[in-house]
Design a protein around this ligand. Structure first.
Ligand code: MD5
Ligand code: FE
Length: 203
């Protein structure tokens, strides 16, 4: 089932459902190698979302700023390889949304605990805004906040649930967005967590 949120933003409801157990197993395997970290923003605020990465490049933040880098700041080693299933799902979803040449080199894995949120922001650390971002939601549901190209633009709320894939591209690529504090709940596959995978062409 396909929902267009606005030009450039397409929700593929349940598109990752059939693969969700395998996706979660792969996340566990990555987190064994490179544990989830609560990073600080350049302004010095601890994020409530814990993060790890896989793929050639990973997104990190610290006092120096936001950036993509080939190694984990903690292990000083390369991020684990992007599992084929991840890449395949992301490429297929992008194609469904009209982006036929999406080749992600980065996968950020966000883990939300109860109460965790992501404040309104734009994703602009990537080199080519012509490339979309593909996101896969797993576990507890979240309320996604979707704004415009200016921080002050009014926002709409969208529920993202287990197995949903969203492709953000074209005119939606630089919209402000965030995640409201995760409501308490229990998911049969993830317990008290929500996971979100974001696939990007960073470099
Ligand atoms: C999440 N993650 O659910 C979201 C999903 C992040 C982040 O926002 O930066 O890690 S990605 C949502 C997104 C990406 C690019 C553009 C837009 C939304 N958008 O135009 O609204 O953890
Ligand atoms: Fe974002």
């Amino acid at each position: 089932w396909r929902e267009e949120l606005c030009p450039g933003a397409v929700v593929l409801r349940g598109a990752a459902l059939a693969d969700s157990r395998e996706l979660l197993k792969a996340i566990d395997n990555i987190a064994i190698q490179v544990p989830f970290q609560y990073r600080a923003t350049p302004g010095g605020y601890a994020m409530s979302v814990a993060m790890t990465n896989c793929g050639d490049l990973g997104w990190v933040t610290d006092q120096q700023g936001y950036r993509y880098q080939p190694t984990s700041p903690e292990t000083l080693r390369q991020w684990p390889a992007m599992p084929d299933l991840f890449r395949t799902l992301a490429i297929h979803a992008a194609r469904e949304a009209g982006f036929s040449d999406f080749m992600p080199d980065a996968c950020l894995i966000n883990r939300y605990q109860i109460g965790a949120k992501m404040s309104l922001h734009q994703d602009k650390d990537e080199e080519d805004f012509g490339q979309p971002i593909v996101s896969i939601s797993l576990g507890l549901p979240a309320v996604f906040q979707f704004g415009g190209l200016e921080r002050s633009d009014k926002t709409q709320r969208v529920n993202l649930t287990h197995g949903d894939i969203v492709v953000w591209g074209g005119p939606a690529r630089l919209r402000y967005h965030g995640i409201l504090p995760l409501k308490a709940g229990e998911h049969s596959l993830t317990g008290q967590y929500r996971f979100n995978l974001t696939f990007r062409k960073a470099h």
